[in-house]
Design a protein around this ligand. Structure first.
Ligand SMILES: C[S@@+](CC[C@H](N)C(=O)[O-])C[C@H]1O[C@@H](n2cnc3c(N)ncnc32)[C@H](O)[C@@H]1O
Length: 261
């Protein structure tokens, strides 16, 4: 059963897929005519702030339609520090921005896998990979609750503003643990809350797709990671611009956890 108990998984997935299919085929916005970000803020260049996002160094050399297409709520790469030779998995890879930055970091001996359920997003990311001649990143269709990825095969999992969109976060963290190698790490940027969201918000499909209705209180989110079997679960940073409580004190959290050796 869904961890929010209010919404059917297929209904939420359909709304989320529709929203992100539209985003994938329009100019890089899904919140308004000029916004570049869907779930979070636009993207100034200060990855250490804990709020946002990508440095000019990270974006240099990427195709413009990749560099300007972030629907995330932070920069998990800045916290994850992918190393040469590592295998990296991105949960909900969207247009592929984080995958392409990771692909450069892991180099020719490393490999990056993006998983996304929305065909239009996969097409966008695969087309970009071909245009930029990136050969160490691939994009697979699948659900983050049931990953199309081998057990014990990944060094690092990243995810940017996606797990909040899942109605079964326990399954997401279980699957993440399964595919990580022993000692592997999970580094996530995601929306969480300080308090409980009202029931009418949790039932609103627009707010689900907008990364609000599925956000859990931070303590519950971290407890689910630990319950799945992760150790050293640590909140690394929080955005400072949480709303004033109207939406349960919504903010972006950066968190890291490890699979036991
Ligand atoms: C807010 S966007 C973030 C995309 C990307 N991580 C970024 O930072 O730009 C959410 C993405 O997650 C995908 N997604 C949402 N729920 C998913 C699920 N249950 N399984 C797989 N992909 C999912 C959507 O298709 C969409 O591409």
């Amino acid at each position: 059963m869904s961890d929010l108990n209010l919404m059917d998984t297929d209904t939420v997935r359909a709304a989320v897929r529709e929203r992100y299919a539209t985003a994938a085929t329009t100019s890089g916005s899904c919140c308004g005519p000029s916004a570049s970000s869907c779930c979070g803020e636009a993207a100034p260049a200060d990855p250490t702030s804990g709020t946002v996002y990508y440095s000019s160094e990270e974006l240099t050399g990427l195709a413009e339609e990749v560099a300007t297409f972030s629907l995330g709520c932070g920069n998990p790469i800045a916290f994850a520090q992918p190393q040469p030779g590592e295998t990296v998995l991105d949960l909900g890879s969207g247009g592929g921005l984080d995958c392409f930055i990771a692909a450069r970091a892991v180099g020719s001996t490393g490999h990056v896998i993006g998983v996304d359920m929305t065909p239009a997003m996969l097409t966008r990311a695969r087309d970009a990979a071909a245009r930029m001649a990136v050969v160490n990143a691939e994009f697979r269709q699948g659900f983050i609750e049931n990953l199309p990825v081998e057990t014990d095969s990944v060094d690092l999992i990243i995810s940017n503003c996606v797990i909040n969109l899942s109605t079964d976060k326990d399954a997401v963290f279980r699957e993440a643990l399964r595919v990580l190698k022993p000692g592997g790490r999970l580094v996530v940027s995601d929306m969480v809350t300080t308090g409980n969201l009202p029931a009418d918000v949790k039932r609103d499909l627009e707010l689900w797709a907008g990364c609000i209705a599925g956000a859990l209180p931070e303590s519950e989110y971290l407890a689910k990671m630990a319950a799945a079997g992760f150790e050293r679960v640590e909140a690394l940073a929080r955005s400072s611009d949480s709303d004033d409580g109207e939406l349960g004190g919504l903010y972006s959290l950066k968190v890291r956890a490890f699979k036991p050796q």
